[in-house]
Design a protein around this ligand. Structure first.
Ligand code: CMP
Length: 235
């Protein structure tokens, strides 16, 4: 456990990470002393599904896509993560390998926390263990919701769900006060578990409803409440 005097900036950042929220200052100091900051250019494969894993990643800048490829060779995007989220903890629990592939979608800065240090922190600080459990429970709930939506909703409902999920997760930009999702139709198809052509048709239908506006590689969420209504079939 090296660096004895982490900067206040690093400690303040770590305190915002869901894994460390509410943890004692001493725990944050230990984390700051053992993590290793790394930079990765855009489009870097951080690891692939099935790899052995030795570290978890705490994102401090950029955007990361987590995805799996199904037996038919189709990519399914599990999540798009941005700071201060963390990922890559599952392969450090038990004997598992990486459950998904992680690729950077923008230049990324991350703090790497290695297996032994992570496990020691979990054993010593119940707050961190509880935070980890909470994150895993939230992901499980998200997957249950998604499984329901993706199996019962039509294409328009699925695409509305994906856009709302990005909106709620803050994976958006703002232009002239309007929420903007900057993704291709293929990216949205990978999130919605459908084809690019189906997404294109669904976006046209949502645009006709007046809840979004589209431009190449851009979707403006002009009426998130209206999107919610489309999702719940009340519009
Ligand atoms: P790990 O299995 O080490 O590597 C892939 C990571 O993706 C995994 O740890 C989790 O951190 C993350 N992950 C897996 N499934 C999901 C999901 N459904 N939602 C968000 N993140 C996930």
């Amino acid at each position: 456990m090296s660096d004895p005097r982490p900067t206040d900036d690093v400690l303040a950042f770590l305190a915002t990470v869901p894994l460390f929220q509410g943890a004692p200052v001493r725990a944050l100091e230990i984390v700051a002393g053992v993590v290793r900051p790394r930079r990765f250019p855009t489009e870097t494969v951080l690891f692939q599904e099935g790899d052995a894993g030795d570290a978890l990643y705490v994102l401090s800048a950029g955007l990361v896509k987590l995805s799996k490829v199904d037996l038919g060779g189709h990519e399914k995007t599990l999540a798009l993560l941005q700071p201060p989220e963390f990922f890559g903890e599952m392969a450090l629990l038990g004997e598992a390998t990486r459950s998904a592939t992680a690729i950077t979608l923008a230049p990324v800065t991350a703090y790497l926390l290695f297996r032994d240090d992570f496990q020691r922190l979990l054993a010593e600080y119940p707050t961190i263990s509880l935070n980890l459990t909470t994150t895993l429970a939230e992901r499980l709930r998200g997957m249950d919701d998604e499984a329901q939506v993706l199996s019962y909703k039509d294409a328009q409902g699925r695409v509305a769900y994906v856009l709302l999920r990005l909106y709620r997760a803050g994976v958006i930009e703002f232009e002239e006060g309007r929420a903007l999702v900057r993704l291709t139709h293929q990216d949205l198809a990978n999130l919605a578990g459908t084809s690019r052509e189906t997404v294109t048709r669904a976006l046209k239908a949502l645009e006709a409803e007046g809840v979004i506006e589209t431009r190449p590689k851009e979707v403006f969420l002009v009426d998130p409440d209206g999107l919610e209504e489309v999702l719940h079939g009340i519009r």
